[in-house]
Ligand binder design. Structure first.
Ligand code: NAG
Ligand code: NAG
Ligand code: NAG
Ligand code: NAG
Ligand code: NAG
Ligand code: NAG
Ligand code: NAG
Ligand code: NAG
Ligand code: NAG
Length: 327
């Protein structure tokens, strides 16, 4: 009995020792500093680069431009280097910023891969790499960032498929992956994430069928798959599970068949883009019940009969793609 207890305590001690040592090696503000200096070293040293003079070891990292520290523990919790005209790669060392909650590097010229080491940032709630030149695949290990609420890789050169692991991020609210070169099917498991408010995947090369929706997603407001290569039909009652959908755009795909009646039960819908597919049949009078509808794009299909009266709606005008909103 005593021996069992003793070995249990010993085991716990050994485990704690291993964990504590592992954490200690990446666990003070000095390691935050070396991670940021590594990042700086991977950014090309142009005259307009504000980090060159500002990120200096003469002052605490907490005074560096773009860096936010926690008020109590003085560790780096936020990094915002958006709109700084920076060019370079993101080194794996960024994964050592173990207290990071948000990482924003929008509108720069970062290139290369999105590093796998970002998955060590298990506190991360927001990852924003909008408008850069990243290439390679979306690391499927991003699915381990279980606290992520905002993910934008919009406007890069990413290839490969959308990893199904993203549907493991149960806190994800906004997913912007538009304007890349993503291929393959849209993983249907994404429509299992009841937290999602925005799924925005336009201007990629996604193919296969439009996934159906089998579970209620009352939070989903925007579903944008404009300009891809989806085929097949929109399945019967999928929109019953999307009662608060406001924006639905599947223009410029290869979809066909009738538009399901359930779509016209989405009372909040203000944007409906079906332009340039092979939809057919008559649009039901229920379309007139969509009181919020302002933008309606139906052209370049095989619809029969008269289009519903325009009212205050923009019919077949220039299509508008909302960019990822800022946090
Ligand atoms: C951080 O830890 C390293 C060893 O891991 C140590 O050398 C350094 O003095 C520590 N820095 C601070 C500010 O505590
Ligand atoms: C770096 O920039 C921050 C924010 O603009 C400023 O408060 C700080 O004084 C600058 N530090 C140096 C060393 O230039
Ligand atoms: C990052 O900085 C930009 C411009 O300085 C600002 O508009 C944006 O809201 C900031 N983002 C975050 C997450 O702090
Ligand atoms: C930070 O990360 C890099 C690469 O992931 C690693 O080689 C290095 O040992 C880490 N540095 C510290 C100070 O923990
Ligand atoms: C961000 O980048 C996009 C694409 O290059 C550009 O159209 C937009 O004007 C940029 N925004 C800012 C504020 O620089
Ligand atoms: C989601 O997480 C579970 C549990 O960690 C794991 O078994 C599963 O493989 C993950 N799914 C994907 C698609 O990565
Ligand atoms: C969606 O979730 C349900 C219930 O949690 C599960 O049975 C099903 O396998 C999931 N589907 C996918 C595609 O992940
Ligand atoms: C679109 O998908 C079809 C198969 O459904 C394929 O034959 C075609 O090459 C794809 N087109 C593009 C531009 O990817
Ligand atoms: C890198 C590493 O081992 N980090 C661990 C530090 O400790 C926390 C719990 O206190 C773990 O959740 C981390 O995974």
């Amino acid at each position: 009995m005593d021996r069992i207890l003793l070995s249990l305590i010993l085991l716990l001690l050994v485990q704690c020792h291993v964990v504590c040592v592992a954490n200690a090696t990446i666990s003070n503000v000095t390691s935050d500093q070396s991670a940021l200096l590594a990042l700086k070293a991977f950014i090309s040293d142009e005259p307009h680069n504000p980090l060159t003079s500002n990120w200096s070891t003469r002052t605490s990292v907490c005074n560096w431009i773009g860096v936010t520290c926690g008020s109590k523990h003085r560790r780096v919790i936020g990094l915002n280097i958006s709109y700084m005209s920076l060019a370079g790669t993101i080194p794996p060392h960024v994964g050592n910023l173990s207290f990071l909650v948000w990482l924003s590097a929008r509108n720069n010229s970062f290139f290369g891969f999105v590093p796998n080491e970002l998955t060590h940032l298990y506190r991360l709630k927001s990852l924003d790499f909008t408008f850069n030149n990243f290439n390679g695949k979306i690391p499927s290990s991003l699915g381990l960032l279980s606290r992520l609420q905002f993910l934008s890789l919009w406007g890069n050169g990413l290839t490969g498929t959308i990893p199904a692991s993203l549907s493991n991020i149960s806190s994800l609210q906004k997913m912007y992956l538009g304007h890349n070169m993503l291929t393959g099917f849209i993983p249907s498991s994404i429509f299992n994430l009841s937290s999602l408010q925005i799924i925005s995947l336009p201007e990629n090369k996604l193919s296969g069928p439009m996934p159906s929706v089998f579970f209620d997603m009352p939070s989903l407001q925007l579903l944008n798959i404009y300009m891809n290569n989806l085929s097949g039909g929109l399945l019967g009652d999928m929109f019953h599970h999307l009662p608060n959908l406001q924006f639905f755009d599947v223009s410029y795909n290869q979809l066909y068949g009738k538009v399901p009646l359930s779509l016209f039960k989405c009372k909040q819908l203000y944007y409906l883009g079906l332009w340039d597919n092979n939809f057919e049949g008559r649009l039901p009078p229920e379309i007139g019940n969509l009181a919020m509808l302002k933008y309606l794009y139906l052209g370049q299909n095989n619809f029969e009969g008269r289009l519903p009266p325009a009212g205050n709606r923009k019919l077949d005008a220039q299509i508008f793609i909302p960019w990822p909103e800022q946090l």
